[in-house]
Design a protein around this ligand. Structure first.
Ligand SMILES: NC(=O)C1=CN([C@@H]2O[C@H](COP(=O)(O)OP(=O)(O)OC[C@H]3O[C@@H](n4cnc5c(N)ncnc54)[C@H](OP(=O)(O)O)[C@@H]3O)[C@@H](O)[C@H]2O)C=CC1
Ligand SMILES: N[C@@H](CC=O)C(=O)O
Length: 397
C-alpha cells in the first residue's frame, strides 16, 4: 500500500481524493500496489466522506514516514510555500497545482527537491487536465523551443464564450465559472490576466531554461475588453481570446498576457468554454498544439494524480526538470511586431493620417475600427498619439 497526503480540500484537493478512489484499480495496476489517501490537511473541519482523514496539524503529515507523496492544493504562496519546503525536507515528493507558487518559487523548490533526492512536479499548474509540461520538457526535448502561446485561463475563456454565444453578462458568467470551480479563490487573478501570466511564466521557464519573473511580465486581462470590439472583430472574421505568449529573442526572451484578435481559421479561434490550448513552436517540430479542459475538479486532479504516479515510479527522482533562477535577459514585449486592431473616436482619414494604409473593419457613429500593418507595440503607441483611442488589441499571426 502506497500512502499519500493532500493539503487543501477545495475543488482540486477533493478531485484528487475522488480520482484516487474511483480509478483505484487502474492506478494499482500501473503502480503494482494500491494507492491510498492517508491524511488530508484542512483549515476547517467539515463533515463528509473524508472527515476521518482530516487534520489541521501539518506535523501529522511531515512526521509520518508512511506518507511518500504530498499533493499541495492549498493555493497561494505563504502556507503552501512553507509546507512544501518542509515536506521536501522530510524526504517526501511534492505534487502541486499551484501555479503562483511554481511561477514565483519554482526554481528554489526544484533545487531543494534535487538536494533531497525527491520530485517536485506541477503538471496541473498549467492547462488543468492538459498534458503539456511533460511533453514540452520530455517529448520535445530535442528541439530549441522558440515560442509558446495559448489560451491559458479557463475562467476567462468561459466568460468570453458565454458573453458572446448566450449574451450572458460578465458578472453572471463569472458567477457560473465560480460555481463550476474554475475560478481562483480571488477571481481578480483570472479576470486581470494574472493567472494566465503565472502560467506563461512557467511555460517560458521550462521552454527557455531561465526564470521569467511574473513581476516583469505585462499582464492585461479581459476586464477592459468591450463586447463591441468582440462583435466588430467577429464580423470581420476574427475571434477575441485572452492569450499568454512567450518568445525567444536573439539576446533573451519576452512574455506577456493580453486579449488578441485571432483569425477564425486558426485552431485557437475555436477553443471555447473552459477549454485551453497551448501552442509550442519547436525548431524541429514546428507548431504543436495541446488542447483540453483547462480547469475544473476532475481534469486538474487527473494531472495531479498522474504526477503522484510518476513521482513514485521514478523514485528516487526523475530526470532533471528546472531552470536557471536568474531572470536577466527579459525584454519588453513592446518590441514584438504584429498587426494591431484599433477603435478610435474619429474618421478613417484620421486613422490613415496616423498609420498610413489601414484595413477598415467598421465606421459607425463617429467611431472607426481598423487593422494596421505589421508594426511593433512601441510604433503602435507612437503612431496612435493624438488619436482618441477607444480600444487597441494585438492580432495573432
Ligand atoms: N480550480 C481549478 O480548476 C484549478 C486550480 N488550480 C490551482 O490549484 C490550487 C487549489 O485550487 P482550488 O482547489 O480551486 O482552490 P479552493 O479554494 O477550492 O481550495 C483550496 C483549499 O485549501 C484550503 N486551505 C487554504 N489554506 C490552507 C491552509 N493553510 N491549510 C490547509 N488548508 C488550507 C482552503 O480551505 P478553506 O475552505 O478553509 O478556505 C480550501 O479548501 C490553486 O493553486 C489553484 O490555482 C490549478 C488548476 C485548476
Ligand atoms: N482559475 C484557473 C484554474 C486553472 O488553472 C483557470 O480558470 O484557468
Amino acid at each position: 500500500m502506497i500512502q499519500i497526503a493532500i493539503m487543501g480540500l477545495g475543488t482540486v484537493g477533493t478531485g484528487v481524493a475522488k480520482v484516487v478512489a474511483e480509478n483505484a484499480r487502474q492506478i494499482e495496476r500501473k503502480l503494482g500496489e494500491p494507492l491510498q489517501v492517508k491524511t488530508i490537511l484542512v483549515r476547517h473541519f467539515k463533515d463528509g466522506p473524508y472527515r476521518q482523514l482530516m487534520t489541521d496539524d501539518f506535523t501529522k503529515i511531515e512526521e509520518d514516514h508512511a506518507i511518500r507523496v504530498v499533493v499541495e492544493t492549498i493555493g497561494g504562496v505563504e502556507a503552501a510555500y512553507e509546507y512544501t519546503k518542509r515536506a521536501l525536507n522530510a524526504g517526501k515528493h511534492v505534487v502541486t497545482a499551484n501555479k503562483q507558487l511554481v511561477a514565483e518559487k519554482g526554481a528554489e523548490l526544484l533545487a531543494l527537491a534535487k538536494k533531497r533526492g525527491v520530485n517536485y512536479l506541477f503538471e496541473a499548474s498549467v492547462g488543468g487536465g492538459i498534458p503539456v509540461l511533460h511533453p514540452l520538457t520530455q517529448c520535445m526535448a530535442a528541439n530549441r523551443i522558440d515560442e509558446v502561446y495559448g489560451i491559458l485561463n479557463g475562467t476567462t475563456n468561459y466568460i468570453l464564450t458565454r458573453m458572446v454565444r448566450a449574451g450572458t453578462t460578465f458578472a453572471d458568467a463569472l458567477k457560473e465559472a465560480q460555481e463550476k470551480g474554475y475560478a481562483e479563490a480571488d477571481p481578480t487573478a483570472d479576470v486581470e490576466g494574472v493567472d494566465a501570466g503565472r502560467k506563461i511564466c512557467i511555460l517560458a521557464d521550462l521552454a527557455f531554461g531561465c526564470q521569467v519573473d511574473p513581476a516583469d511580465v505585462p499582464m492585461e486581462g479581459i476586464s477592459r475588453l468591450s463586447l463591441r470590439d468582440v462583435k466588430i472583430a467577429q464580423r470581420a472574421g476574427y475571434r477575441v481570446k485572452l492569450l499568454g505568449r512567450a518568445v525567444r529573442l536573439p539576446g533573451g526572451r519576452t512574455a506577456y498576457v493580453a486579449p488578441h484578435l485571432i483569425p477564425e481559421e486558426q485552431p485557437l479561434a475555436s477553443v471555447d468554454d473552459v477549454f485551453n490550448a497551448v501552442v509550442v513552436r519547436g525548431n524541429a517540430t514546428g507548431e504543436v498544439m495541446f488542447y483540453g479542459q483547462g480547469a475544473g475538479e476532475l481534469p486538474t486532479a487527473s494531472a495531479c494524480v498522474a504526477d503522484v504516479m510518476e513521482a513514485l515510479q521514478s523514485s528516487p527522482r526523475r530526470e532533471e526538470i528546472g531552470w536557471e533562477a536568474d531572470p536577466a535577459g527579459f525584454e519588453d514585449p513592446q518590441a514584438l511586431r504584429s498587426r494591431y486592431y484599433f477603435r478610435i473616436g474619429g474618421s478613417l482619414s484620421a486613422a490613415a493620417a496616423a498609420f498610413g494604409q489601414v484595413e477598415i473593419l467598421s465606421e459607425d457613429g463617429g467611431e472607426t475600427a481598423f487593422l494596421t500593418d505589421c508594426i511593433s507595440g512601441a510604433e503602435a503607441g507612437k503612431q496612435a498619439e493624438g488619436l482618441r483611442v477607444l480600444a487597441c488589441l494585438r492580432v495573432l499571426g
